[in-house]
Write a protein of this length. Structure first.
Length: 299
């Protein structure tokens, strides 16, 4: 859902990275955030519980120009694919204007990719978002690994149709920016064409059900993520993949003032919005966790 801030003369769009556990969603956001060319960005916010972690930051890509005379700010979100309950993923999808579906190119992840894609479509519908109209881009990640599925094979089982597909090796930065640009372009195309992505026949949104299982298989659940900055053990030698040079190009105008009052007020508003939307869910999740711990203690 596009947010219009007339005081700052800008519109804010929301882009969510989605996919199976350990497919590379967090790596995408970290590569984007860590790009030295991207100066006009907010602070990365990480909200963690015992079972999942939500990452968020926003930025204003200067090369996008304006829409109706208003600047465009992009909010990027992701949640890990191995959450034990689906409530967080449903919540983060609320109001999404676009989705990047990150698929792991390894043959062993085919079932996980398909399960996650179906889970995405289900959660979009539950949020009254039409999966056929919302801006979606597919990223086929980990193309640097040996023995990955050919693109044609991944197209066969994921059936992206006319949805843009970008090959990537996010750990090296390859394809990360191309994916982001493709997703933003589709969001802006929907805005310019006044595409209504709302499923009006769906009922009004209810509070998330924290007792509902995620519906992911044990394979799609993945393994617990390492904290940011920790080095994961290397089991497979990665092939050399060309890293995009100057990946944002003209994305950031020189001299952008990232510490102006207007910018800080916008960041504060975004942070408060995220905290308000997740606060009640996190409290209920902790209560549910305590109940499970108490039951385990009695066994």
């Amino acid at each position: 859902m596009v947010l219009v801030n007339k005081a700052l003369n800008e519109v804010t769009v929301k882009l969510v990275y989605y996919g199976a556990g350990l497919c590379g969603k967090t790596t995408n956001l970290e590569k984007i955030y860590g790009n030295p060319k991207l100066e006009n960005k907010g602070k990365m916010i990480s909200m963690a519980t015992e079972t999942d972690r939500t990452l968020f930051f926003d930025f204003m890509p200067m090369e996008l120009g304006t829409i109706g005379g208003q600047k465009v700010r992009v909010q990027l979100y992701t949640v890990p694919g191995q959450v034990f309950y689906d409530a967080t993923r449903k919540l983060v999808l609320r109001g999404a204007d676009g989705v990047v579906f990150v698929a792991d190119s390894q043959p062993s992840m085919r079932e996980s990719n398909m399960d996650s894609l179906e889970n995405l479509k289900t959660n979009l519908r539950l949020n009254r978002i039409d999966p056929e109209k919302v801006a979606i881009v597919f990223q086929y990640n980990k193309r640097d690994l040996p023995g990955v599925d050919p693109v044609d094979e991944m197209n066969r089982y994921l059936q992206p149709g006319n949805i843009p597909v970008v090959e990537a090796a996010a750990i090296n930065g390859a394809g990360v920016t191309a994916t982001l640009r493709a997703a933003i372009a589709r969001i802006l195309e929907n805005l310019k064409n006044n595409v209504d992505t709302t499923l009006h026949e769906q009922p009004e949104l209810a509070a998330p059900d924290l007792t509902a299982k995620a519906g992911a298989t044990s394979a799609s659940a993945g393994t617990p993520k390492l904290a940011v900055g920790m080095q994961a053990p290397t089991f497979v030698k990665r092939a050399a993949v060309a890293v995009e040079e100057d990946p944002f190009g003209a994305a950031v105008a020189s001299g952008a003032n990232g510490s102006s009052r207007e910018h800080l007020e916008s960041l504060l508003g975004s942070a408060r919005q995220l905290i308000a939307s997740l606060e009640s869910t996190l409290d209920r999740a902790r209560e549910h966790e305590r109940e499970i711990s108490d039951k385990l203690a009695q066994l």
